[in-house]
Ligand binder design. Structure first.
Ligand code: SAH
Ligand code: SF4
Length: 352
């Protein structure tokens, strides 16, 4: 199995299409409109494009849509997809979580993940490869088309919290973001797209310098250096102090908060003293905190705290900053945070 993704139409912006295909700018824009705004599954759905061009494209460059390998439906309405990537046959996890009249699409940025967080099932896969911009956008296009979701609706959100560490694939994540958040492209607003990182410190400033960028979430998960090193060994390379410094220097837009995530592990990082330390760490930041009680999985050596423990932690933090409890979605189908590892619904790792 090769680990190189083939070149596809998906992932190219209007300027790339013009240059790569040698077509006039207006044709490139029509093609861009068909690929992203109209979300066609086949170029023949676009009759504005001349038939000769469609035939030429078919022969020259694959469209690059993702195909469904498996679909798992949860009792709570969540759908977990295993989407097959064009070309090399690998597959990636994408999750759709409907709630009331809102839809959140959780997408992946890599196949597997090289960051070795001790509580996360994806970590056990290691990194197979990073996704291309087309494969990142392709996950959103697939889910929107299958569920007839309108990316321009206020009620449709994207979180890059699936498999992988997005800031270790920042160029492709930013290119995908520009296409997803272009009004003439897919049409999401930058306010409805969030990227989550384990804390790749030098890349945080690079993200902040991008003119089109998702909102930033930081997986904090610990209240002091030694604890974070144990849970997230990447801390040995990017220290907690430096991470907090990068957060303080981050150029928030006027409407933006920094979102911090904190996975609570029973008797490890879930005490009231941890909550008070977290408050001190986040002091003077325009921040919100999301608490996630550990979603357990085979091979994960931690337990889930009781709801009372989570409530007590939340109460302490709430005195100083907004603090929410993120309820697990799709637990029964291994779709919840940290559970993405190509499991079937019995918990067995499926082979693809
Ligand atoms: N790699 C990125 C984004 C994907 S992980 C990151 O780490 O931020 C998305 C979120 O799921 C992270 O906040 C992570 O801390 C959390 N998570 C990982 N494993 C989990 C588990 N077993 N239970 C609950 N949350 C988990
Ligand atoms: Fe990778 Fe995020 Fe899982 Fe850590 S929590 S191993 S960074 S996917």
């Amino acid at each position: 199995m090769s680990s190189r993704a083939p070149e596809t139409l998906l992932g190219l912006d209007a300027a790339d299409l013009r240059d790569r295909l040698g077509v006039p700018a207006y044709r490139a824009r029509q093609l861009y409109d068909a690929l992203y705004r109209r979300n066609v599954a086949d170029l023949d759905e676009s009759t504005v494009l001349p038939k000769e061009l469609r035939d030429r494209l078919r022969a020259e460059l694959p469209l690059g849509r993702l195909e469904v390998d498996r679909r798992f439906h949860s009792a709570d309405g969540t759908t977990r997809y295993l989407l097959r990537l064009p070309g090399d046959g690998r597959s990636v996890e994408t999750v759709l979580m409907p709630q009331d009249n809102r839809h959140t699409i959780c997408i992946s940025s890599q196949v597997g993940c090289p960051v070795n967080c001790q509580f996360c099932l994806t970590a056990l896969m290691g990194l197979e490869r990073s996704l291309t911009a087309g494969e990142i956008v392709g996950q959103v296009l697939h889910v929107c088309r299958e569920h007839e979701l309108d990316p321009r609706s206020q009620h449709c959100n994207i979180v890059m919290m699936g498999m992988g560490e997005p800031l270790l694939n920042l160029d492709n994540v930013l290119k995908a973001t520009r296409i997803l958040c272009d009004d003439t492209g897919v049409g999401f607003s930058q306010k409805r797209l969030t990227v989550s990182t384990s804390g790749i410190v030098p890349k945080i400033a690079e993200l902040g310098a991008a003119s089109v960028r998702p909102k930033l979430a930081i997986s904090l998960n610990a209240s002091y250096e030694e604890q974070r090193r144990e849970l997230m060994p990447i801390t040995k390379k990017y220290h907690l102090d430096d991470l907090m410094e990068a957060c303080r220097a981050y150029p928030l837009r006027p409407w933006e908060f920094l979102m911090f995530e904190y996975v609570m592990l029973k008797d490890v990082n879930d005490t009231d003293a941890d909550a008070r330390r977290v408050v001190r760490l986040l002091a003077n930041l325009r921040a919100k905190l999301n608490l996630i009680a550990l979603n357990p999985g085979p091979g994960i050596p931690y337990g889930t705290p009781t709801p009372e423990r989570v409530d007590s932690f939340q109460k302490i933090v709430m005195k100083s900053l907004p603090c929410y409890i993120r309820r697990p979605r799709g637990l029964d189908i291994y779709a919840a945070c940290g559970q993405l590892k190509r499991m079937d619904s019995t918990g067995l790792v499926t082979v693809h």
